[in-house]
Structure formats: C-alpha cells, structure tokens
Design a protein around this ligand. Structure first.
Ligand code: ADP
Length: 248
C-alpha cells in the first residue's frame, strides 16, 4: 500500500432531510497519512459529511470506501469506530470525576462499562502507549488530576488523547482549535503535523489562521457540494470561493 492510496473515498454521496439536500453528489478522497482541512460557511454540510463517514447518518445513495475495500455503508457506527475511525466532536466530553489517566484507560479499553474498564489490568504495551500519549498531549503532570479540574484546552487535549490511545487510522476532528489559547492552538497545529503520516486526519475548521498553519490540502464545501479543492492559496484565490465568503 503506497502513501498516495486513499484511506477514504466518498463517491457521489447524497443526503436529504425531508427533501432538503444536505449533501449533493459529494465525492471526496483522502490519502493515507494526509492532513485534510474541510472548510465552508455554516450549513455547508461539514457536520453531515462527518456523520455520513461515522455511520451516524445513512446517505440516500453513493459509496464510501475505507482502506479501499471496506464499504462503510455496511458497518454500524460502533463497527466503524472499531475499524479505526476516531471522531472528536467540538465540545470536549470527558469523565469529569475521573482522573486524566483513568479517562485514557477507559478510552483505550473502549468499553462502555466504566467500572469494568477500571478493574481490568492493562498490558505493559498499553501502559507505554498511555504514557506516550500523556507526553504528546502535555498531560503527564496532570495524570492524577480529576478531568473536571482541567482547563478547557486541556480537556480538548485529553479528548484527543482518548482517541489516540485507540490507535486510529483516520481521525475526524470538528473545530479542534475552538476556544484554545494562542499557545495551545500553536501546539495543536504542531501535533497534527506530527500525527499526519502515521495517521490520516480530516479537520473541520473555521479559524483560517489555524488552517493555514496545518493543511497542505483544503476542501471547500458549499451548499452540500465541493466548491473547490487544492492548496489553501489556490482555494483562497478561487473566484467562486471568494464570492461565497465575501457574499458578493
Ligand atoms: P455545517 O456543519 O457545514 O454547518 P450541516 O452539515 O450541519 O452544516 O448542515 C447542512 C444542512 O443540512 C443545513 O442546512 C442544516 O440545517 C441541514 N441539516 C443538518 N442536519 C439536519 C437534520 N437532522 N434535519 C434536517 N436538516 C438538517
């Protein structure tokens, strides 16, 4: 498998809600190890796109291939997650009463039963991975703190860590820089660039400064369709994109 092979391929996806077309003939391909940003105005279909990939919303038609051969439309949301697609929603959702370490342990065991997860023993390899992720997310010194006591930014980092301990192939992140301080945003950008290559990332983002600092490839959605695709510089120079963003 080469680096240019697609990890994810959407072909002519249509989604309608009571006759309203949220996605129209949407085709999109993300390469293995790529860091892709998806931008677009409110209502463009960004959330629906993520919902379709993760199995939360079933498209009316079209095809979605993961790792070239797996048809995601045949899998349930849980099976899609187990297949290595991790999603982070905009608002952090961590177990506030548990420590940072316990949150990571639960995520790693990927078990809905918190009680069971905390009692099961971790392997040495699992411990190593957790320590690596704590270090990567700059949470080592906070590992014994209750997650509820973390800053907003640290909670966001912890939630990214909860995905990373599961060793996902493809990470879907919804506005990961929202509400972060400038220093945290800079660090997240650096982290994403480090993760790309080993993981594939699709980042939905509004903050253009952040997009500029991470993405080599940008997809612009508008009214449920791909309006433009290419380098940030190219899409920013695209007449149609300028029209949409400046409302001409
Ligand atoms: P974005 O994330 O880019 O802001 P969304 O994917 O949330 O866009 O929404 C795309 C369009 O689909 C919007 O016009 C939204 O109102 C509509 N939409 C999304 N989900 C539903 C739903 N469950 N029922 C009806 N309309 C929806």
């Amino acid at each position: 498998r080469g680096k240019t092979d697609p990890v994810l391929q959407l072909e002519k996806i249509n989604v309608t809600f009571d006759g309203f077309r949220a996605l129209t003939d949407l085709s999109l391909s993300i390469g293995v190890g790529e860091l892709r940003c998806v931008i677009g105005p409110n209502g463009a279909g960004k959330t629906t796109l993520m919902d379709v990939i993760t199995g939360k919303t079933q498209p009316d038609n079209g095809r979605i291939f993961y790792d070239q051969t797996i048809d995601l439309r045949t899998l349930s949301p849980v099976e899609i997650a187990r297949a290595g697609i991790g999603r982070k929603f905009q608002k952090p959702t961590v177990f506030e009463a548990l420590t940072v370490l316990e949150n990571l342990e639960i995520a790693q065991k990927n078990d809905k039963s918190v009680w069971h997860s905390l009692r099961a023993k971790l392997s040495g390899e699992q411990r190593d991975r957790i320590n690596e992720v704590l270090h990567l997310l700059r949470l080592t010194d906070s590992s014994q703190r209750a997650a509820g006591l973390l800053s907003h930014g640290q909670k966001q980092f912890l939630e990214i860590g909860m995905l990373l301990v599961q060793e996902p192939h493809l990470l879907l992140l919804d506005e990961p820089a929202a509400g972060l301080t400038d220093a945290e945003t800079e660090y997240i950008a650096e982290l994403f660039r480090t993760l790309a290559g080993k993981h594939s990332l699709m980042v939905v983002e509004h903050d253009m400064g952040f997009v500029e600092s991470i993405a080599d490839h940008v997809t612009v959605l508008h009214q449920g369709q791909v309006l433009a695709e290419g380098s940030l510089r190219d899409v920013q120079a695209n007449e149609q994109v300028i029209d949409v963003y400046l409302g001409r």
